[in-house]
Design a protein around this ligand. Structure first.
Ligand code: F6R
Length: 268
């Protein structure tokens, strides 16, 4: 794991945007894995700005989102399709037919839909860079605690904590889905690079468990310990429970020097 700790949330977003810009400008048909939630909003704003400044184009980019609610359709303003359109896709030049979410409409078979999503990712060559947030309970995607570390795209029941955490986004009396389709942990681990962003004090315990805890289904994000190219971008509040912070800062300074001397190594 490469752990980078920043003073400010904006630096987390800017650094993640730089990773995406490098990928999009260096690969002919880049495949991005995307996330919803509060954490990536500043990243998406930064990508829109860079697109408007003509620093990058998404014309040949394909995207796969981590998850989508079950029981509401794409036109619902609470759907993750709506979130992605509003916060990113409508403001850049990505071809909308090349943006995928793991959906399962009424009447469709979730097993078949999950398999088809996995197949589509494989068929297009696999995800180059997967963006992740982390739940306060350590979830990635909607892989809640005790999710199989070998899981693939499927239905998950959201935990009480996730429902409570996300209830802030729903009005009183508005239907809040309790089920979602989500990429599995094995799906996420297949990405060539994973970049997890965490900001805010309420993520500090999950971040500590992910990095220093045992590899365990009880903290699904700990599975990233098994990934060859996992980059963890934190603001200092999210990093506040981490031991050895000086070492991470020191190692990161060395990495910058190594990259300057030998060039960035991206095995996209
Ligand atoms: C979003 C997702 C979730 C969020 C996580 C953090 O597509 O899969 O795992 O990344 O719940 O959410 P925020 O960023 O709202 O704290």
């Amino acid at each position: 794991m490469q752990i980078v700790i920043f003073d400010h949330e904006q630096q987390v977003a800017d650094t993640a945007a730089q990773w995406i810009e490098t990928l999009v400008n260096n690969k002919k048909s880049p495949i991005l894995g995307l996330a919803t939630g509060s954490t990536p909003i500043k990243l998406y704003q930064q990508l829109i700005r860079r697109y408007q400044e003509k620093k990058l184009t998404f014309k040949s980019t394909t995207s796969f989102n981590l998850d989508e609610y079950l029981g509401i359709d794409a036109t619902n303003s609470q759907s993750y399709r709506h979130f992605m359109n509003e916060n990113l896709f409508n403001h850049i030049d990505i071809d909308n037919t090349h943006t995928y979410l793991p959906t399962c409409a009424q009447g469709q078979n979730p097993r078949e839909q999950g398999l088809a999503y996995e197949e589509k990712i494989k068929q297009l060559g696999g995800i180059d860079l997967q963006i992740l947030g982390i739940g306060a309970n350590g979830h990635i995607g909607f892989n809640e605690p005790t999710s199989s570390l070998a899981s693939r795209t499927r239905i998950k029941t959201l935990s009480q904590q996730t429902l409570a955490d996300n209830s802030r986004l729903f009005n009183n009396n508005e239907f809040q889905p309790t089920l979602a389709m989500t990429m599995g942990i094995a799906t996420i681990l297949d990405a060539r690079y994973v970049l997890l962003m965490a900001t805010g004090e309420n993520k500090a315990k999950a971040v500590k468990d992910m990095i220093t805890g045992p590899l365990s289904a009880i903290c699904p994000a700990s599975a990233l310990q098994m990934h060859e190219n996992a980059i963890i971008l934190l603001d200092k509040t999210a990093a506040s429970q981490l031991p050895d912070q000086e070492y991470y800062q020191w190692a990161n300074a060395q990495n910058i020097k190594i990259n300057q001397a030998f060039g960035l190594y991206h095995n996209y």
